[in-house]
Design a protein around this ligand. Structure first.
Ligand code: GDP
Ligand code: ZN
Length: 459
């Protein structure tokens, strides 16, 4: 195990809560804890994996700062494989920061973002894809996304990738034997084996890559645009989603105007509603911007919900919107069906093609269930459960899988062209290396630093 100093951070979310936890990890964690803790026994005397009641005191003045429970977790059976103590204190912002200050002035260093997880990785507790899973877990927007992250933390992708690497290694080993004993002329046999194993690995990579689209969706949410003429019910649709599906509102600072993103969870499908500002603007402004703005919004969208007013005939503006979203994933919402119908439904269906047309009365909350069904069907085929599939959702993993796939393809082509087998081996080795980067087995240091710096503080 590597030697590190002792780090500390608040590991519960910022803000008010009933309790908050300050976590320390490193070989001095217990010693530092004892400088500020006063209980029945010292933490050094406490058994591992116990929680100990007592008080935190200011070492110089002996003033009591907080009433606390301190967990003592000794290496190696801890998240970082180092000694860990967790100080459970009252959840107020002031109190938890006071506790953090106290341990920092007693010899701990403030942890960098992601540093606990980084140590877990560096100490061999988890592999890189698991570490990334932890990061996704923190950011997961829906239960489904959470499941993917959890399975990644549990090492599912890593396990599969290791299996593939093993296959490739065996192939390479076989080639080595062939090179070492040239008199045993097994070139053809080796090439046959290489084609067979290489082909099988390639198929499995393809299968993983096919899950990438869904994986990305789970991770980032489906960029969803609600478009339609003024007054058709766009705001009503958004509100109905937001109210019934526990929207998660995320503010992304640092842009010229802070972009307000709204996440809604539709049957486990995370929709990221884009341009909600546009929808919320006063109707006369929307009227002015109209179709032009919709075109812009469409460029960023993975899914379009086109809202039409069933109580009016289809207009040129509606037809223009159909035209603008040609070839895109879309659901047509035929709204205001509680009023007498004026729209030509046949024409709507013709323009919609294979895309679902859902009749709603948002005013009376009708048709919303059907709409949700339609959306879920678009993104998850029936029967596909996140539980039984390894999803690839991380852009870095996808890139490495693609490169590994390419190397195998090169090897297979070379094998077909009767190129000497030791040349073919180079491509197989390259594929093996790309797969290795997914689990961090030959990840360069700067990559590791960059990855872990994306974590929240205290993880
Ligand atoms: P937007 O301009 O497309 O965002 O449309 P809004 O959601 O602001 O709705 C415009 C008007 O239509 C509002 O007065 C809504 O109450 C009304 N409206 C929305 N949905 C329905 C519906 O299903 N039936 C009826 N009768 N009125 C609706
Ligand atoms: Zn509106």
């Amino acid at each position: 195990m590597m030697e590190f100093d002792t780090i500390a951070a608040i590991s519960t979310p910022a803000g008010e809560g009933a309790i908050a936890i300050v976590r320390l990890s490193g070989s001095d964690a217990v010693t530092i804890g004892d400088q500020v803790f006063q209980g029945k026994t010292t933490l050094a005397q406490a058994d591992t994996h116990t929680i100990n009641y007592g008080h935190l005191i200011e070492p110089e003045t002996s003033d009591v700062v907080e009433e606390v429970m301190v967990s003592v977790l000794r290496a190696p059976k801890t998240f970082t494989k180092e000694d860990i103590i967790e100080i459970n204190c009252h959840g107020g912002v002031v109190s938890v920061n006071k506790v953090l200050d106290l341990v920092l002035s007693s010899g701990a260093r403030l942890a960098d973002p992601g540093e606990f997880t980084k140590r877990a990785f560096l100490n061999g507790r988890i592999d890189l894809s698991q570490a990334e899973g932890v990061m996704d877990l923190i950011r997961a927007k829906t239960d489904r996304a959470m499941n993917v992250a959890v399975s990644q933390v549990q090492g599912r992708l890593a396990e599969q990738v290791r299996g593939l690497r093993q296959e490739l290694l065996e192939t390479v080993a076989n080639v080595e034997v062939n090179i070492d004993y040239p008199e045993y002329d097994a070139d053809t046999v080796t090439l046959e084996l290489l084609k067979e194993k290489g082909g099988a690995v390639k198929d499995e990579i393809d299968q993983l890559l096919r899950t990438a689209k869904q994986g990305k969706i789970l991770r980032e949410g489906i960029a969803t645009a609600i478009i339609g003429r003024p007054n058709v019910g766009k705001s009503s649709l958004m509100n109905s989603f937001v109210h019934e599906n526990k929207a998660i509102v995320t503010e992304i600072p640092g842009t010229t105007r802070d972009v307000l993103e709204e996440y809604v969870n539709v049957r486990g499908v995370p929709l990221r509603l884009i341009d909600t500002a546009g929808i919320r603007e006063t109707e006369d402004v929307v009227e002015k911007i109209g179709v032009e703005r919709s075109r812009q919004v469409l460029q960023d969208a993975d899914l379009v919900m086109l809202v039409l007013n069933a109580a009016e005939p289809l207009g040129d503006e509606d037809r223009a919107l159909f035209e603008a979203m040609k070839g895109m994933n879309a659901v047509i919402v035929l709204n205001k069906t509680d009023l007498s119908q004026q729209i030509d439904e046949n024409e709507v269906r013709e323009l919609a093609g294979s895309r679902p047309v859902i009749a709603t009365s948002l005013l009376q909350s009708e048709g919303v269930e059907e709409l949700e069904d339609a959306i879920a069907h678009l993104f998850f085929d029936e029967g596909v459960e996140t539980g039984d599939l390894t999803y690839v959702s991380n852009a870095r993993h996808i890139a490495q899988l693609r490169q590994a796939r390419q190397s195998i393809e090169d090897a297979l082509e070379a094998a077909d062209a009767d190129i000497p087998v030791d040349m073919v081996q180079i491509d197989i080795t390259r594929a093996w290396e790309h797969l290795g980067e997914i689990v961090g087995e030959n990840a360069p240091d700067h990559l590791i630093d960059q990855l872990f710096s994306q974590f929240c503080l205290g993880k």
